[in-house]
Design a protein around this ligand. Sequence first.
Ligand SMILES: C[S@@+](CC[C@H](N)C(=O)[O-])C[C@H]1O[C@@H](n2cnc3c(N)ncnc32)[C@H](O)[C@@H]1O
Length: 405
Amino acid sequence: MKHAIVTRCNFADDKLFMRYFIPMRKFFIPSICAQSNKDFTLYITTNQQIPKHAEMIKKEFIKNNSKVNVVCNQSSYKEIILAEGYNIQTRHDCDDYMENNYVQSIHESYLKHIEKYKKFLLFAQPTKVDMHTGEEYMGRIYTDRSPSMFLSLCQETPEIWLMTEQHDKFYSIVKKSFELPKNLVKLIVHGYNAATTIQKNNTKIGRNLMVLAEKYNTDKKLPNSILPKNGIKGHGYVEYYQKILKNRNIRDMLEIGVSFGSSLKMWDDYFDKKCNITGIDINENRFKKSELESDTIKIKIGDQSDPSFLRSLRDKKYDFILDDGSHVHEHHIISFNELFCTLNAGGVYAIEDLHVALNTIKVFKAIQARSMEFNNKINPDVISMIDKIEFYSNDKLCIIYKNTT
Ligand SMILES: C[S@@+](CC[C@H](N)C(=O)[O-])C[C@H]1O[C@@H](n2cnc3c(N)ncnc32)[C@H](O)[C@@H]1O
């Protein structure tokens, strides 16, 4: 299978380029890099009169430790794509965001349909995300007559060119069209998009954590920062939280580790001020408790390695508990033993930054594998409440789900 992804980043001047380069750096490039274990070549058109645009793009791929096969030095790749005989062409705009399984979904659909149809179209109907507020909307983006955007053309010989043709031309030459599963692609609305705005009839479907993490500047954000002066490194956890928390009714949450209060503000915004958030921290120096607290945010000062303090938090039940405190293994264990029982049935417990607490990974992997090697650190009655355990972000993030009954 040969798959060409083509993206236009061809702008007349630096000002226009930067308007698109900001979301490209933040969303498009990391989301493409996350799919680099899949077989495709990415062609990015740039303005040949301004070679630094291509250079800036290439640098971003290097920053992302990219293994993607990127070609980025021409204003058109039409001839190359046609000559190379790709089976799949995909077109995107450089301000789009693709979910991790996007390329895989295209390849699976290709394999599923190719025997029967030879030529077919795949659609991915995107959601729209406002890059400034984080609000996410559903709403049809393209019509039969608009240029192709989130559309893959799978065929034996690519005789038409996705970058310039209209949808109705595709329909006239292919046998069949299929829609990919929903929510595989997000269209980032940044205010300068040529044709895309959020319209009155678009339905709001919630808020997008990736954007809110950037807005409030927590280190849970995606790895690349849009804010140039901002040195905080992003761990990228929000991408996983977005999926894990979707469709869950989180009414009470507890976060260990307040620091400057960035994540508390992010959660408060994400849950639309409808969740009671308790933050705990051993150190009151980085935030002003009175300024951070509100109707929905409360802060308690204490040590996550102190069982009697942790027991004082059991006056209520939580739907979501997040340990982003000391990152010390022994503290993870004490907190988990004391707090997991306070989760509501089906609740979620997250522990972040396990790359600095490798023993915590060992303990939860042992429980996951039902091995007795390390799990004696967790009380047996607490283990019996665990439904399942998942690891994300190269084991830096562990998610433990409580039984639903
Ligand atoms: C990584 S920061 C939290 C960042 C915050 N959650 C965010 O995303 O914006 C870790 C915080 O944990 C606090 N901390 C360290 N040791 C602790 C302990 N033993 N108990 C409670 N909090 C602790 C630190 O004071 C620090 O503010």
